[in-house]
Design a protein around this ligand. Structure first.
Ligand SMILES: [Zn+2]
Length: 409
């Protein structure tokens, strides 16, 4: 499944409500401001993600304004980006028209601030987070009935009387912790212009991850899971696209497949990560590589992580990681004799923290290690990996199912 941005539908007047400087006539761009580089959006049935890419990071919050019938302004969210210049670049609003969002408008609200306005058609809650390399602000808007994670917030319109508790609440969907495990998103790491790690004999991580993932998808489908791959080809996907995809298909588990690399040629083994605030120096190095940012820029991510209540999801992810990891290590030992067990670890991975479901990242071996590179090239080894990951997931599903049965009896 792909996110589809559909064209505008119905009457949407665009600029109503965004107070532009008087058309910026005669306004000089002040020095030292950042730029808006791009605005992207992805639509799903109950969920739309808007990404504003900037030339440097900003602090911002999202506010909501109620519809104003008199002036024809729709219900809307807005955020001000301080020290950002957009000028008249987005003089034409961006139509969305997907049933949740009418469209997105950007304008120079003050000489030194850009305002982003998201005109709403249907709204239940939103969440905001920031990413770096490149710097971007991500706003997810959910319609009623979509699954909620603890990091999401619901904004009452400014100036509106506070809704009675529960008055706006949709029919709640069961929290992930007691859901059955059925839909799996398999995420082959890297792809397209991002080859991931390059190892012995030019072995490229992006090729290994796609091959293992395809085989894994087949084996999971054989076991009755519904499986979606974030990519089926050699294409580049941003981290937010990968996780938006997982939330869009309503996945119960997110599984990212990678291959490891180290400067030290002797490094080898298999390790599995899940998202948690606690992590060691080694995890930071791997996370920096997999996130595609220098370790120094992980500070931002750690700050974001500190603001999320990840404990409950971490517990499930930890259990998932242990089950899958144990299955992989024991399976490879049976078929290949030996493999170093580097263990289950905690790390700050973008690709994991953006998904509101149990999520793990499996490092299937080192492309920089001669023997493991040979293994990763072999179909037999990749089949063993896929089979053992699938077995681990099946075991995890059975555990969840028996816990569910225990609760309802
Ligand atoms: Zn990777």
């Amino acid at each position: 499944m792909r996110a589809v941005a559909r064209g505008a539908r119905g009457r949407w007047t665009g600029w109503a409500g965004l107070c532009l400087l008087p058309l910026l006539l005669g306004v000089e761009r002040p020095p030292g401001l950042a730029d808006v580089r791009d605005v992207r959006h992805w639509s799903y049935p109950n969920y739309t993600r808007v990404v504003v890419e900037l030339s440097s990071g900003v602090d911002t919050t999202v506010k909501r304004l109620a519809a104003d019938r008199a002036s024809g302004k729709p219900d809307r969210l807005y955020l001000d980006l301080p020290n950002v210049w957009v000028g008249l670049r987005y003089a034409d609003p961006i139509p969305v028209g997907d049933g949740l969002l009418r469209g997105i408008r950007l304008g120079q609200n003050r000489k030194t601030a850009t305002r982003v306005v998201i005109d709403l058609q249907r709204y239940e809650r939103h969440r905001l987070f920031r990413l770096s390399s490149p710097d971007r602000v991500v706003i997810d808007v959910f319609g009623s009935g979509a699954r909620r994670s603890e990091s999401e917030e619901r904004a009452a319109p400014e100036g509106a009387p506070k809704a009675r508790r529960g008055a706006m609440a949709p029919r709640p969907s069961p929290p992930t912790v007691i859901r059955d495990i059925h839909t799996i998103v398999v995420d082959p790491g890297h792809g397209g212009s991002d080859p991931g790690a390059t190892g012995v004999g030019g072995l490229r991580e992006k090729e290994v991850t796609l091959r293992v993932s395809r085989e894994l998808a087949t084996r999971l489908r054989d076991r009755g899971f519904e499986v979606h791959l974030t990519r089926e080809k050699d294409v580049h996907l941003s981290l937010e696209e990968r996780t938006a995809f997982a939330e869009g298909v309503g996945a119960d588990v997110f599984l990212s497949i990678h291959a490891n690399a180290a400067q030290r040629r002797g490094a080898h083994g298999i390790e599995t990560y899940y998202l948690d605030k606690g992590h060691r120096r080694h995890s930071m190095r791997v996370a920096a590589r997999e996130n595609g940012v220098p370790a120094s820029q992980l500070d931002d991510l750690q700050r974001a992580l500190a603001g999320l209540k990840v404990s409950e999801m971490s517990q499930m992810s930890a259990r998932l990681a242990e089950t899958v990891h144990g299955s992989v290590v024991s399976g490879v030992r049976q078929t290949h004799g030996s493999v170093k067990d580097l263990g289950v670890k905690r790390g700050p991975f973008h690709v994991l923290f953006l998904s509101g479901m149990p999520s793990i990242l499996v490092e299937t071996g080192f492309v920089t290690h001669p023997q493991e590179a040979r293994r990763l090239r072999s179909r037999f080894y990749r089949d063993v990996l896929a089979e053992q990951i699938a077995r681990g997931l099946s075991r995890f599903r059975s555990e969840r199912a028996s816990r569910l049965a225990g609760r309802s009896s």
